[in-house]
Ligand binder design. Structure first.
Ligand code: NAP
Length: 303
């Protein structure tokens, strides 16, 4: 069974190279014919791990190819997910399985609604990777990936292919709780790290602001049916800030490298769900306004 991987970026590259290295059949789906030409000229996808570079000549194609897709790893950003899936929807077999690697929430529901005959498996990952050049992925942080399907708790038969390919992952019956917890951690840390333009550790100087956001996020999680994701949130946020004190958050890196952020799927999603559940989150709302204004002022998309 071929693993189609859409998105030859950081996370897609990390998954595709490990699957290919383990002998799994993998095909990469590139954005368009010019990206496919550039990919072929590069000779494959390179993984840089522990200072060693290995190039994997994984076959590439565009969404316009005609072969059917049974299993798709969707590894683009949340804001690209809907259009990316639409571009190859006609190739999906009726019982196709999609693994959605997007951070935050919102894009998964949109994608799932657009492919009602496919199974959508959601993922939440703490692995870290970045690109140091085109089709070159640096494995930057060991972590773990949780996968699950909110509509069907049955673990897929192929799941062991992931672990035997060296992808540390676990099937969970409560993936939504995992995604909400990560979203809450992101909302408490990332926007402030952008506005103060600091490493995560810089937030130790703003304990009250962080604590106020944590209280609103915990109330939102409880009101929206994700009480388990609210347990000890503030202590966990403090733990993450201390453990990653020297790191820049992904959103801070996006802004400093002038890339679009995933704000709409993180803080935007938290504020939208709060409005839906009539939960007052004045500090999260104000933070969202400040962040969107900051993005606009820096010439970046505010959505
Ligand atoms: P990334 O490095 O920017 O890679 C995204 C890739 O998707 C790019 O290669 C892009 O193509 C490709 N793409 C976008 N639209 C496409 C389309 N229609 N067809 C084909 N390819 C398309 O992003 P990432 O860091 O891997 O992040 C992916 C998701 O994983 C995000 O939601 C992120 O928050 C999440 N995540 C990332 C990490 C990490 O460490 N990187 C960790 C946890 C979660 P181009 O190269 O042509 O632009």
């Amino acid at each position: 069974m071929t693993w189609h991987v859409l998105g030859a970026g950081s996370l897609g590259g990390l998954w595709a190279t490990r699957l290919a290295r383990a002998g799994q059949p993998v095909r990469l789906i590139l954005r368009d014919s010019s990206r496919l030409t550039a990919y072929r000229a590069a000779g494959g996808l390179s993984l840089i791990e522990d200072g060693q570079t290995h190039c994997y000549p994984i076959p590439g194609e565009t969404a316009a190819a005609s072969t059917p897709i049974r299993r798709l790893l969707l590894a683009c950003k949340a804001y690209d997910a809907e259009a990316a899936v639409a571009s190859l929807a006609s190739r999906l077999l009726p019982n196709a399985e999609l693994i959605l690697l997007q951070n935050g929430l919102g894009s998964q529901a949109t994608v799932a609604a657009s492919v009602p005959h496919s199974r959508c498996i959601l993922a939440s990952s703490t692995e870290g990777a970045f690109r140091d050049g085109d089709f070159r992925v640096v494995f930057a942080g060991h972590g773990h990936t949780w996968l699950g399907d909110p509509l069907d708790a049955t673990q897929p038969t192929w799941f062991e292919q992931l672990t035997s390919s060296g992808i540390p992952c676990e099937w969970t019956p409560d993936i939504l709780s995992r995604l909400w917890r990560k979203l809450a951690l992101n909302c408490a840390i990332n926007p402030l790290s952008v506005l103060y333009d600091c490493r995560n550790g810089g937030l130790l100087e703003h304990p009250l602001e962080v604590a106020t956001l944590c209280a609103e996020l915990a109330a939102l999680l409880q009101a929206s049916g994700h009480a388990a994701a609210a347990i000890d949130l503030q202590a966990d946020v403090q733990r993450v800030i201390r453990a990653t004190a020297e790191n820049y958050s992904s959103m801070q890196q996006d802004v400093s490298q002038r890339r679009r952020t995933e704000i709409s799927y993180l803080l935007g999603q938290a504020c939208a769900v709060a409005a839906r559940y009539h939960t007052d989150v004045p500090h999260l709302d104000a933070l969202q306004q400040r962040l969107r204004a900051h993005l606009t002022a820096h010439g970046l998309p505010s959505n």
